[in-house]
Design a protein around this ligand. Structure first.
Ligand SMILES: Cc1cc2nc3c(=O)[nH]c(=O)nc-3n(C[C@H](O)[C@H](O)[C@H](O)COP(=O)(O)OP(=O)(O)OC[C@H]3O[C@@H](n4cnc5c(N)ncnc54)[C@H](O)[C@@H]3O)c2cc1C
Length: 255
């Protein structure tokens, strides 16, 4: 279905960590979407010469649920997130929807492994609580969430309720007080701890978030013999350093 413009009204606003907030909203007309798709939100007057900007946000709630929810990380001096964080119930904004092909496809007989950094968990919350997923649960599923500090781990209680799902939050810089008792390191470090009993080749992988994590995870999965067709990805952003490294790699002579 072609994307179209919607007027949206904010229904709820909640800070869920010191820098991540959840925004609930309703659209003026009904909107359909598949779990994993995103809204493109108009950021009024934030562009050059006062033009509007647009920013993409994955839908963090399942397709059957209203209000729709987004889960957004505040980026310092970022025009999109600084606009969204000021919205409160009753405020309105414009958005275009629905976009994206990073959607969940049930594959009978195969496991599913969702791998996120930060708010990259948003589309997976939509997927695992969707009717489609709940009515045909994979025999086995994993959800890895990589963050820097333990206070950034979100949605643990919700994901722990999903039948057959192994929830693995990983923290790369835990508090030195030792309060974090979960896995210390990055999502790729956790994957490296998995031996031959992990269903490497019998799994569909969904990767979302920071581009560097996605590149590292894909390299590791390639080492494990995972087919490219079993890897699905949504890159939220690449740091300027990652983008430069990717360009250099592309420009390197191919042998
Ligand atoms: C398909 C898609 C879906 C997305 N869904 C979400 C979502 O559900 N939740 C969400 O928080 N973001 C999401 N993003 C990122 C979002 O679109 C914006 O890029 C982000 O919110 C920053 O916008 P900004 O205008 O505030 O800052 P900008 O000025 O656009 O960004 C400044 C810089 O911040 C860095 N950056 C961008 N996003 C992040 C982040 N999450 N964490 C750390 N650094 C970052 C980048 O290096 C970027 O160059 C998504 C991106 C895409 C492409």
């Amino acid at each position: 279905m072609a994307a179209k413009e919607f007027q949206c009204e904010v229904k709820s606003f909640k800070m869920i960590t010191p820098s991540v907030f959840e925004l609930g909203f309703e659209t003026s007309e009904p909107v359909e979407f598949e779990a994993g798709q995103f809204f493109s939100i108009v950021i009024p007057g934030a562009g050059p010469k006062g033009r509007d900007l647009r920013r993409a946000y994955s839908i963090a709630s399942p397709p059957e649920k209203r209000p729709i929810e987004l889960c957004v990380k505040l980026v310092e001096e970022g025009p999109g997130t600084n606009f969204l964080i000021k919205l409160r119930p009753g405020d309105r904004f414009r958005a275009f929807a629905s976009y994206g092909d990073f959607t969940y496809e049930p594959k009978p007989g195969r496991a599913a492994c969702f791998i996120a950094t930060g708010t990259g968990i948003a589309p997976f919350r939509s997927m695992v609580f969707s009717k489609e997923f709940q009515e045909a649960l994979p025999l086995q599923s994993f959800c890895l969430l990589g963050v820097r500090e333990e206070e950034e781990v979100i949605y643990t209680e919700e994901f722990q309720t999903v039948k057959g799902l192994t929830w693995v939050p990983t923290v790369s810089r835990p508090n030195p007080s030792g309060s974090w008792t979960g896995f210390k390191g990055r999502v790729t470090d956790w994957l490296r701890t998995q031996g031959d009993s992990f269903p490497w080749k019998e799994t569909e992988y969904y990767l979302c978030g920071n581009g560097a994590m996605i590149d590292e995870t894909k390299a590791l999965l390639a080492e494990k013999g995972v087919e490219k067709t079993s890897i699905h990805q949504e890159v939220y952003y690449k740091t300027p350093k990652d983008a430069a490294a990717a360009k250099t790699a592309e420009a390197a002579p191919q042998h």
